[in-house]
Design a protein around this ligand. Sequence first.
Ligand code: 3BY
Ligand code: FES
Ligand code: FE
Length: 412
Amino acid sequence: MIKSSEIADLLLQVRPGYTLPRELYTSESAFIFDTQAVLKSVWLYACTVAHVKKPGDWYVFELANNSVIIVRGKDGEIRAFHNTCTHRGARICNSFKGNNARLSCPYHFWSFGLDGRLLSARGMPESFRKAEHGLRPVALENLGGLLFICLSDSPPPIDRAKADIAQQLALYDLDRLKVAEQCDLIDDANWKLVMENNRECHHCESNHFELLNSLDGSGFGRDFPEDKDGGGETAAKAATSAQRERWRQLGIYQDLIEFPDGWWHRIARLSLAKGAVSQTMDGKPACKKLIWPHGDKEETSLSIWTQPNSWHHFCCDHVVTFSLVPLTEDKTLVRTSWLVHEDAEESVDYDLGNLTSVWKATNYQDRRLAEFNHAGIRSDGYRPGLYSEEERLVEAFKSFYVNTAKASLANA
Ligand code: 3BY
Ligand code: FES
Ligand code: FE
């Protein structure tokens, strides 16, 4: 078992531009430190507003021993509560989603309103005040339809991320979407390696045949697509500038937003490859009912990456969101959800296989890579290795982790 002084020593060994020391990826103590300190001190992406679309819809987000109920009230408000009964502590919601008019504990049937208030409790003494026994709230914020929770009693600021993300996502109106498919994958790899893998496309060319039908991997991780050819005027650069001018005219142009002032979000509008207008196998929309107002001719998608546990892609016809949760030091849950227009009908407007095939294939490929990475790092022969220039966003993730970890130790 590593003590916190040993975690501190490991963090001190971390060098800029290099991967982490082995034990920070592989030890049980680092996993406990990550889930009990690091990840409790930050905002975590849980799900979207479409996952709790109707009043009474609830969704459970779990991190190690903690379980959080995200629930939409009769008033339409979305709130979050610890999934532990205020009677004798039983877990109230015991599957990962549902719809109920009240939240009833299965043990002695205390019943709670969707706003967390205790409504009924049998046989309690006369002095008992129901108002004092409501569910304990968890901090929740809605960032343009993406729901984030924070398990700390004093969550860090979120205003800048909220403003930037909400501004970009207004175009896609997540309130009008529904979840068409959700899929869980468990990677036998540490969560930080699964995240690192997401933050580079250095591995894309030889691994992501399906994804590269629509995504141009070569620009990923560089400053911005038009910078990838260096300073000179090239045909590719001219084409990119022309396209961005078109976006500007449509009012969808945005500069790259990348961890502004030390924030934890990155937003980029990407040019899709090979004439694709959506991230599908044939590059065509997978759903007939579009979710944005600009038709199906724009060769573009919007992406949002947040530290430390999510990434999201917004196409003209669908959204794919990814939430990542560590399960043990060498197991990570990658939960992927595909959202389409609420009026779209399966088999009429979209085929589920066609909608999900690119990212299902990509997730399997990435799982294999993260597992190879974890297995190799366990070796006595492993030493922290140097990131390439295409891996600067991996370094950005790693330093976010290290800085948050150091701050958690300092505040302990
Ligand atoms: O989904 C992503 O954001 C990254 C970029 C390209 C590959 N990768 C899985
Ligand atoms: Fe929930 Fe008793 S523990 S009603
Ligand atoms: Fe990948």
